[in-house]
Design a protein. Structure first.
Length: 188
């Protein structure tokens, strides 16, 4: 079971609240926690506090998966997307994710490429594989193919599994089911 935590979707609350939310979610059986990186802290260059928050939440998660959503559409530059990716990974993220889907722009191929490059560089340095999840705005089969191709070309085929690569989209699932069944469907 997955759960959002940490003041989702804005991350605009006290660390004590984020810790309590995360702890309660884990106690209730969550095996994966999604948090949003504090965009304000990143843009204000308060990297130490940003990293401490992620590390504290990873400590609460223990062996459970921590996905850190970067909200790339708010980060304003490729440099900030790269920096956010590095800080999230080095602070304990098991996955980095493009967007909550609540802000525009959400996932973009450009952000995905930067994030995957960062994951690859980290893997090359440490041997540790971090997962990647584009989310928000993925609505077509072509969108899915675009992100699949980025992951395959940048990270390699060994990332093409649900342990390391996921697509955040429910509308795509509906489109695929409609193609299989032969009529429009809204299952998700």
């Amino acid at each position: 079971m997955a759960c959002v935590s940490g003041g989702f979707p804005s991350s605009q609350t006290f660390i004590e609240i984020k810790i309590a939310e995360t702890s309660l979610a884990i106690q209730d059986g969550a095996e994966e926690i999604d948090i949003v990186l504090s965009v304000g802290k990143l843009l204000n260059r308060d990297y130490e506090t940003l990293c401490e928050e992620i590390q504290e939440l990873k400590d609460v998660c223990r062996e459970n998966t921590l996905k850190v959503i970067l909200e790339t559409g708010l980060l304003q530059s490729a440099e900030n997307i790269k920096r956010a990716s590095i800080l999230a990974i080095y602070s304990g993220a098991d996955f980095i994710k493009t967007s909550t889907g609540k802000e525009e722009p959400a996932a973009t191929p450009e952000a995905a490429y930067i994030m995957c490059q960062t994951i690859k560089e980290y893997y090359d340095l440490t041997g540790i594989k971090i997962g990647f999840k584009p989310a928000g705005g993925l609505k077509t089969v072509d969108d899915a193919i675009t992100y699949y191709t980025i992951v395959k070309e940048v990270l390699g085929e060994e990332w093409l599994n649900n342990r390391l690569f996921r697509l955040g989209t429910s509308s795509l699932a509906n489109l695929l089911l409609a193609d299989i069944i032969g009529k429009k469907i809204k299952f998700f």
